[in-house]
Design a protein around this ligand. Structure first.
Ligand code: GAR
Length: 207
C-alpha cells in the first residue's frame, strides 16, 4: 500500500477528488495545510483522515518552514506527496528531498502560464484552449516533467471565473489519474519527459 500525503492551502476540492477516487493500492496517510482554517482540512477530518496544519507565519524563513514541513510530512512515511492547491513556493531543498515523489496540479497547460492568475492571462492572450497540468515538481516553478494534462475550450463569453470552473472539473479527473499511474508504478522519467512503462519498453525495442 502506497502512502500519500496531500498538501492544501484552501478549499481542497482536488484533495476531495483524490480521496473520493479511492485509488487501489493507495491510502491517504495525511492531509496537511499551511493554513489552519483551510476548508479542505475540516472536510478531511470529517472523513476520518489524519490532518495537520503548520503555519508558515511561525517560521522566520522559507528554509526553516520547509524543513519543519518535511519533518512533519516524513512522520507519515510518504511514497508520494501531492500538492493540491498548496499555494507556497518550495525551496530547492524541499524539492530535492522528494524528487520523483512530489507532484503538483497547476491550472494551465504548462509550459504556458506558470505562476498565478492563469485563467485571466489565458483569456488576455486570446487562447482558444485552456486546461490543467499534473507534473513532477522540480526546483524551477511549474516546470517539472508533465504526467498528464487536460484541455477545455475557451468560450466567447468566458470570464476568468467561468473558465476556472470548467478547468477545475477536469482537474478533478486528471489528478486521480496521475496518482493512479504513479501508484501502479507505470511512470518513468527521462529528462523532462514522463513515459508509461509500455512506452518505455517500446522505445527501447526500437534502439
Ligand atoms: C486549483 O485550481 C489548483 O490547480 C490551483 O489552485 C486551485 C486549488 O483548488 N493550484 C495552483 O494554482 C498552484 N499554483 P482546490 O483547493 O479546490 O483544489
Amino acid at each position: 500500500m502506497k502512502n500519500i500525503v496531500i498538501l492544501i492551502s484552501g478549499r481542497g476540492s482536488n484533495m476531495q477528488a483524490l480521496v473520493q477516487a479511492a485509488i487501489p493500492g493507495a491510502q491517504v496517510a495525511a492531509v496537511i495545510s499551511n493554513r489552519a482554517d483551510a476548508a479542505g482540512l475540516a472536510w478531511a477530518a470529517a472523513q476520518g483522515l489524519a490532518t495537520a496544519s503548520l503555519s508558515h507565519r511561525d517560521y522566520p524563513s522559507r528554509e526553516d518552514y520547509d524543513a519543519a514541513l518535511m519533518a512533519l510530512i516524513d512522520t507519515y512515511a510518504p511514497d508520494l506527496v501531492v500538492l493540491a492547491g498548496f499555494m507556497r513556493i518550495l525551496t530547492p531543498a524541499f524539492c530535492r528531498h522528494y524528487q520523483g515523489r512530489l507532484i503538483n496540479i497547476h491550472p494551465s497547460l504548462l509550459p504556458a502560464f506558470t505562476g498565478l492568475d492563469t485563467h485571466q492571462r489565458a483569456l488576455e492572450a486570446g487562447c482558444r484552449v485552456a486546461g490543467c497540468t499534473v507534473h513532477f515538481v522540480t526546483p524551477e516553478l511549474d516546470c517539472g516533467p508533465v504526467i498528464v494534462q487536460g484541455a477545455v475550450p475557451v468560450l466567447d463569453h468566458d470570464t476568468a471565473a467561468t473558465l476556472a470552473e470548467r478547468v477545475l472539473a477536469v482537474e478533478h479527473q486528471v489528478l486521480p489519474q496521475a496518482v493512479a499511474d504513479f501508484v501502479s508504478g507505470s511512470l518513468s522519467i527521462r529528462g523532462n519527459r514522463v513515459y508509461r512503462v509500455e512506452n518505455t519498453v517500446d522505445a527501447t525495442a526500437q534502439l
